[in-house]
Design a protein around this ligand. Structure first.
Ligand code: PLP
Length: 395
């Protein structure tokens, strides 16, 4: 079995990567160690690059049809990874998950209707509907004493009215890395189905459950869930190929599917570009060994952060993610305003993380750390942070 090297530093210079190229614009300086946007710092695995290279060797990139193994590879992957039996006709390509959310908002939410989100949550859940002039209403997650989160169904019932048309679910949850349990998903499905609320379940981090946790596909938990939902998934996070737009949708409900897919089809919004199916098939047919090793490395990184903070940075309490390569850092014990907290990370520690406030209500006092990186870089980041915290004598 091949062993992959996740310690190897990859120089991204010249690749136009977002993580480095916009530091000046977003953080006001370029001398930062970037641990923000959710792609990983190791190479996209060789079996994907080889498959793409094979196709590039035929140097004519005209119109193409979908390779016959595209949907069987997706169906097999979902069955083998998540035990969910998806029918071929339930599936279609979508041009990215945030774009997919935009498409659903435009297609299914009338201009006077509302979209529910559960912050703190991935910021495009708010920005995309709001940018499309739909009202976004919040059912903030409840934070428990041990730092974990749960959905608040009483609050949801109290805030919902007949104008609420869509709920966007982050499953597993970004930024807190939660794999929602079956009873939570069942309860959510029951509630939304009975209130005529469509659920978009964004499952982009599905294949990255950690520490023995399990991802449960929302639509698989009950008939109500299958009836009221559109699921989005992709190999893009797991196999570090976000630049190769390769997402897909699953809609089990025939009525919903007919409406959505007909509209996508006439507008050719569900036609993959030439490279997406090639990369997807390679990922799903050849990626399990790499995925397993990558997840063990991510777990090692999470443990490293937890141990380091416990020992040297007790004012920073990382929430152990159940899935994903994102760690939600509770920095409240530093007792800084959000501006001072961001200043500490950026201008003192010279680190570019995501400001917790961007994830909405409940995000203040937090920063999101991307641990999809080499251990040596993570260590450097934590050492910089320790020095900065000591220098500022916070808390
Ligand atoms: C929860 C979640 N959804 C969607 C995306 C982005 O997906 P896409 O690039 O397909 O729009 C991300 C990227 O960080 C994410 O974390």
């Amino acid at each position: 079995m091949k062993t992959y090297d996740f310690d190897k530093i990859i120089d991204r210079t010249g690749s136009g990567d977002l993580k480095h190229e916009v530091l000046e614009q977003r953080y006001g300086r370029i001398d930062l160690l970037p641990l923000w946007v959710a792609d990983m710092d190791w190479e996209t695995p060789d079996f994907i690059t080889d498959a793409l290279r094979d196709r590039l060797n035929h140097s004519l990139y005209g119109y193409t049809i979908e390779p016959t193994d595209l949907w069987p590879s997706v169906i097999d992957w979902i069955r083998n990874r998540h035990g969910w039996e998806v029918q071929r006709e339930w599936l279609t390509f979508i041009p990215g998950i945030v774009r997919g959310i935009g498409l659903v908002v435009n297609r299914f939410v009338k201009s006077d209707e509302k979209v529910i989100i559960q912050p703190p949550v991935y910021h495009p859940f708010r920005l995309t509907p709001a940018g499309n002039h739909r009202e976004v209403v919040c059912n903030p997650l409840r934070r428990e004493a041990d730092g974990t989160y749960r959905m608040d169904f009483e609050q949801l019932a109290a805030m919902v009215d007949e104008k609420c048309r869509l709920l966007i679910l982050s499953n597993p949850h970004n930024p807190a890395g939660i794999t929602w349990d079956r009873s939570t998903l069942e309860q959510l499905a029951e509630f939304c189905d009975s209130h005529g609320i469509l659920v978009v379940s964004d499952e982009i981090h599905a294949d990255m459950a950690l520490f023995g946790n399990t991802h449960i596909p929302f639509a698989s938990v009950s008939e109500a869930a299958a009836r009221c939902s559109i699921t989005f998934g992709a190999p893009s996070k797991t196999f570090n190929m976000a630049g190769i737009i390769s997402s897909w949708a699953v809609v089990p409900n025939p009525k919903l599917r007919a409406e959505f897919y007909r509209w996508l089809t006439v507008n050719e919004l569900n036609e993959p570009h030439i490279f997406a199916p090639i990369a997807t098939i390679a990922a799903y047919r050849k990626g399990e060994v790499w995925r397993e090793q990558m997840l063990r490395y991510v777990e090692g990184n999470v443990n490293f952060v937890m141990d380091y903070c416990r020992q040297y940075l007790p004012q920073i309490r990382p929430l152990r993610p159940q899935a994903s390569f994102l760690v939600w850092l509770d920095c409240n014990a530093l007792r800084l305003t959000q501006t001072a907290l961001v200043n500490l990370f950026v201008n003192e520690a010279r680190l570019a993380l995501n400001d917790g406030a961007m994830f909405g209500q409940g995000g203040e006092g937090f920063m999101r750390l991307n641990v999809g990186t080499q251990r040596s870089r993570l260590q450097e980041a934590l050492e910089r942070l320790k020095a900065a915290v000591e220098a500022c004598r916070c808390s």
